[in-house]
Every structure is written in structure tokens, then in C-alpha cells.
Design a protein around this ligand. Sequence first.
Ligand code: FMN
Length: 201
Amino acid sequence: MRKPAPAGHAIHELLANRWSPRAFSTRLPSKETLATLFEAARWAPSAYNEQPWRFIVATKEDPEAYGKVLACLVEANQAWAASAPVLAILVTKKTFTRNGKANGYAAHDGGLALENLMLQAVAEGMFAHAMSGFDPDRVRETFDVPDDYSPTTALALGYGGDPEQLEGDYRAMEVAPRERLPLTELVFSGTWGRTSPLVGD
Ligand SMILES: Cc1cc2nc3c(=O)[nH]c(=O)nc-3n(C[C@H](O)[C@H](O)[C@H](O)COP(=O)(O)O)c2cc1C
């Protein structure tokens, strides 16, 4: 299903067409397509080019590995994410490799990699839905994640499905209009809270 952003200014179609569906088709992306998504993530910018992102990924082709990731999601997310043919977890490295100091931008840069992946997914006709609703300790234990790394965001990936396959509230949310704060509340000039004339009247 397409659900383009009703943007007030024309934005690139990749950005407009990215959204977070909960209904996925059973179609499995090819190995090459999935590699392309992670390649897109690989080329994200990061502080000191640290590249703090790592991904744990599982497809339904390997039900045991898939089940291990699914079990890390909270129940509310399992309810819909189980329809996605691919699940992944972004894990970020907490310290800089160059000096061992804390990397305060690890999650930020992981997010940049995730958005790269999401936009590449749209380019491939797919969707990626990020989730904070998962148990990081369970990820750590299940996958032997080292102490220096932090499970940051889970991800459901695949081709779009039919909203009718969702239950109750999720079905309504799937077709609800997309909403954002107005630009006038986001972009300031001169002092905090004063709308920039660049985006205001
Ligand atoms: C870091 C992050 C965590 C999220 N966690 C969840 C989640 O646990 N469950 C869920 O259904 N959606 C989750 N979402 C999806 C957001 O609700 C969604 O991106 C937001 O409502 C905007 O909708 P859009 O992505 O369709 O534009 C998450 C998104 C992000 C970026």
C-alpha cells in the first residue's frame, strides 16, 4: 500500500513514500536485495567515521533464527511483525574504536544508517518498520552481544501487505492519515521558539 506524505513542500519521492506499515506480504526479498539494503546502511555518515552500526538479521527461510529475533520483540509488536519476512536488530557500538571513549553519537549514527536502509528499501519497492518495543537484555543474551555494544532498534522488513490482514486498531492505524508537527514549530531563527522566516509567513 502506498501512503505518501502530504508534504507542504515537494520532497523527494523516496522520502515521501517511506512509511511504517504493519502489514507485510509473504514475499521473501532476494539475498541480493537484502545485501543492497545493508550496503546502503554501510554508507551512512558517522562521527569520526566510526560506523558504530551492526545488524543482526534473520529471514523466514531460517525459522529458528527468525524465531529468536521475533521472541525479542514485545508482544504488541510480535502481533504484526510476525508477518514480515525479515527481522533485524540494529546494535550500536558504545565506544570509539580510536580511543575507547564513550561515543555519544552511536545511537544517532545508527539512526542515520537505519534511515539509509529504509530509503533503499523504498527504492527496492519494500518497507522497513523500526521498533523500540523489544527487550535489549534478551537480544544481548540470545545473540551473545558484547558489553561494548547496545541493542538499539529492531526492524521489520519486507514488501507491503494487505491492511485487512491486521487486527482491530492496527488495521485502522494502517490506513490512517500520516501526521507531522508543522514546520513553523520545528525551525527557529533568532531565539528559541521564534519561527524562522524561512518556513513561516
Ligand atoms: C526508533 C523508533 C522506534 C519505533 N518503535 C515502534 C514500535 O515499537 N512499534 C511500532 O508499531 N512502531 C514503532 N515505530 C514506528 C513509528 O510509530 C512511526 O515511524 C511513526 O508513527 C511515523 O510514522 P511513519 O514512519 O509511517 O511516517 C518506531 C519508529 C522509530 C523511528
